[in-house]
Design a protein around this ligand. Structure first.
Ligand code: SAM
Length: 239
């Protein structure tokens, strides 16, 4: 039975505008005030970003390529993509996240550049949930967002993201494997409900089925694991 009400999204928005924003800004940042678990998650996430960039650049330069980073967080992916020459549209449901991403992009892409015509094209940041995104992009990327939604919702999100992408869609999600499921049940990985939203795992087969339903197929797969961070990274293309 579906154990979830219809309000996942509102809970997620509230979380990432408040305590979740503070927690994840720290994890995605570079400061030393992180505990051992957070440091490990920071490492795992940075590997996901790195692997996504490798997937994206494997097929050729990103110069002038339009990329939509759905659920951009603090800009961990959007900023390096802009450095690679991509024309980035970066959106997030959280206004706090978008403001932080904008600030970091200005610091990392524009600061110290006397001649701004030499600077990368700034990502276009916008507060928007991915369900309301429209337009067409060469590539759509959505990293570590599906974890906040049950598969029943993830199906629709995947279908919508695929409809925005002309050439490829890159997704990462926490894989539902026996081992990870057990760890999660034990509660080692995720703090209690007071501290976080709940985390949903997705089986690769379910994600693949959602893609197939809308005429897409997976053509690259990767797995990123550290002690406390697990992510499956897939690249899909029109079948
Ligand atoms: N993709 C970023 C990265 O990998 O650095 C951030 C990952 S963070 C774990 C999840 C992000 O998804 C948060 O910034 C959150 O606000 C955003 N988010 C959650 N639900 C969303 C939705 N329905 N539409 C857009 N963004 C969403």
């Amino acid at each position: 039975a579906e154990e979830v009400g219809g309000d996942d999204k509102e809970v997620v928005r509230e979380y990432f505008n408040n305590s979740g924003f503070q927690r994840w800004k720290k994890i995605y940042g570079e400061t030393d005030d992180v505990n051992r678990v957070q440091k490990d998650i920071r490492l795992g996430h940075s590997k996901t970003v790195e692997n996504a960039i490798t997937m994206l650049t494997d097929d050729g330069s990103l110069r002038g390529v339009t990329v939509c980073d759905a659920g951009c967080g603090t800009g961990s992916l959007s900023i390096p993509l802009a450095k690679e020459g991509a024309i980035v549209t970066a959106t997030d449901i959280s206004a706090a996240m978008v403001a932080e991403a904008q600030k970091q992009a200005e610091e990392q892409l524009l600061a110290g550049k006397d001649d701004l015509s030499q600077a990368p094209v700034m990502p276009k940041f916008e507060v928007k949930d991915l369900e309301s995104l429209d337009g067409k992009y060469h590539t759509v990327v959505c990293l570590d967002v599906l974890i906040h939604y049950p598969q029943s919702k993830a199906d629709g999100m995947i279908a919508h993201l695929a409809s925005l992408a002309e050439n490829r869609l890159i997704l990462s999600f926490a894989p539902k494997t026996f081992y990870y499921d057990i760890l999660k049940r034990i509660g080692e990985l995720f703090p209690g409900p007071s501290k976080a939203t709940r985390a949903y795992l997705h089986s690769e087969a379910d994600v693949e089925r959602a893609l197939q339903k809308v005429g897409w197929k997976i053509n690259k797969r990767g797995l990123i694991t550290t002690q406390f961070y697990f992510a499956k990274l897939v690249e899909a293309v029109p079948a």
